[in-house]
Structures are given as C-alpha cells and as structure tokens.
Design a protein around this ligand. Sequence first.
Ligand code: ATP
Length: 290
Amino acid sequence: MQIKRLRIAGFKSFVDPADLVIAPGLTGVVGPNGCGKSNLLEALRWTMGENSAKSLRGAGMEDVIFAGTATRPPRDFAEVSILLDGADGEEREVVRRIERGAGSAYRIDGRDVRAKDVALLFADAATGAHSPALVSQNRIGAVIAAKPTERRAMLEEAAGIAGLHVRRRDAEARLRATEANLARLDELIADQDVRAAALRRQARQAERYRTLSEQIRVAEARMIFARWREAVAAADAARADATAAEARVTAAGEAEQAAAAAQHAAVAALADARGAALAAREAASEAGHR
Ligand code: ATP
C-alpha cells in the first residue's frame, strides 16, 4: 500500500483545506514548534480508525474539529481523506468525517462503510491506526521497550498477517452472534412447540365443536320436520272437524226451520181450537139459557 495524498479540512489546526502530497521516496515535514506536524500524523491515524481521543491528545473525539482562534470561528466538522494505491494496485480514497453532535462516518471511494471495513483495509496492508510503524512524538522509547506481546504484534504486522487477526476476531464475533442466535432460536422453537401444543388442543376442541354443531343442526332440523308433520296432521284433523261441524250446523239449521214451520202450524191450530172452544162455550151458555 502506498499513501499518495493526505487531504485535511477542519481537522485540529488545519482549518482550511490542505493537501499533503506524499511522493515516492522520503517525505519530510518541517516547521516551527506548534505548527501542526504531529497533527498530520494524527490525521492519518484518525482516518485509519483511531477511536481513542486521548491518544489524539483530546478529551473527546470532537476535540479534533478546529476549535477556533482569536481571529477565526470554530468549525462544525472535520474531514480527512487518504488517497492510496491499494494492495491490488487500484487507487482508493478513504474518508473519515466528524460532525459536532453527529459522530463519525467513513467512506471508501464515496461509499458509506463501517469503521471495521476501514480497519480491515489497512490491516490487510499491514498498517492501521495502532500500527507500530506510526510512531508518535515521545513514543520512540515505547517501541524500543515494547513487551513481548507488543513485539509480536509488530512482527505479525511485518509478516502481513494482522489482517488475518482482524478477520479472525470478526469471524469469532460473528460465530458468537450466530451461537447466540441459535440459542435464541432454540428458545423460540421451544416456545413455538408450547404454542403449537396449545393450538392443537384448540384445534381439537374446534373440531369437536364443529361436529357437535353439525349434529345439533341435524337434530334441530329433524325436530322441526317432526313438528311440521304433526302440525300438518293437526291441520288436516281440524279441517275434517270443521267440515263435520259445518254439516252438523246445516242439519241443525234445517231442523230449526222444520220446528219453526211446525210451531206456525201449531199456533194456527191453537187459534182454530180456541175459536172452536169459544164457539162451544157460547153455544153451551146459549143452551143453558134456553
Ligand atoms: P512540536 O514541533 O512542538 O511537536 P507540532 O508541529 O507537532 O509541534 P502539533 O502538536 O501538531 O504541532 O500542533 C499543535 C497545534 O495545533 C497547537 O497550536 C494547537 O493549538 C493546535 N490545535 C490542536 N487542536 C486544535 C483544535 N481542535 N483547534 C485548533 N487548533 C488546534
């Protein structure tokens, strides 16, 4: 990997956009104390994914944003881009940007990526924010007095296997996450089994309810049919009774008419008999006088 250019804007003392071109060979940066030489190295480490504000000489990560001077107002964001030739010979641009209150975001070739992707890109090229190849001020002694584990990290980086460590950690994290997911799935399956048993019970009850409802429906239909037949028979019987009653009414009417005629005849006969009785009494009285 060959870093070709560092572009800085709003980062620490670099308020205006500035390009540091790193040509093949040795590149030196010279300047008076406090002019921002260390800030350049920190910009490089920050873009590679440095997460410790302390190691960038700040209290919080937003301290890397230009804080303002007596003559210039503070900035709201800082952006650093590294232009490099990748391991595959392709040119790449890695950008990190931080905004006040919004945190950091990374882009590789204009695409939004995770911090992990940037770390992996540099780890594959045997470098990174914590690479021993980046020696900050006052840290030279620390490299010489490095512990065996730290030396091992340097040797691994020199051997180009640091990227594999990152990948292994990544794979292990994914494996752990998958195991956690599997455990969760087991719990979910057990949960679902319990629910399935309850549902099977409910299904059996529903089936029984359906069968019983069907039987009740058939029984009710039979009962209604029987009642209907009884009603039809009762109606037939009532109709026959009515016909018989009507015949009896007709006969009684005729008898009444005959009785009325007989009564008329009897009244007439009675009047005739009374007349005859009167005539007989008069004749008797006349006969008595005589
Ligand atoms: P030396 O040669 O003494 O090591 P240097 O050239 O490495 O110095 P740096 O330490 O890189 O200088 O830069 C320090 C300067 O950066 C200081 O002037 C400091 O005020 C300025 N600086 C750091 N952080 C910010 C910030 N957030 N906003 C504005 N200026 C900042």
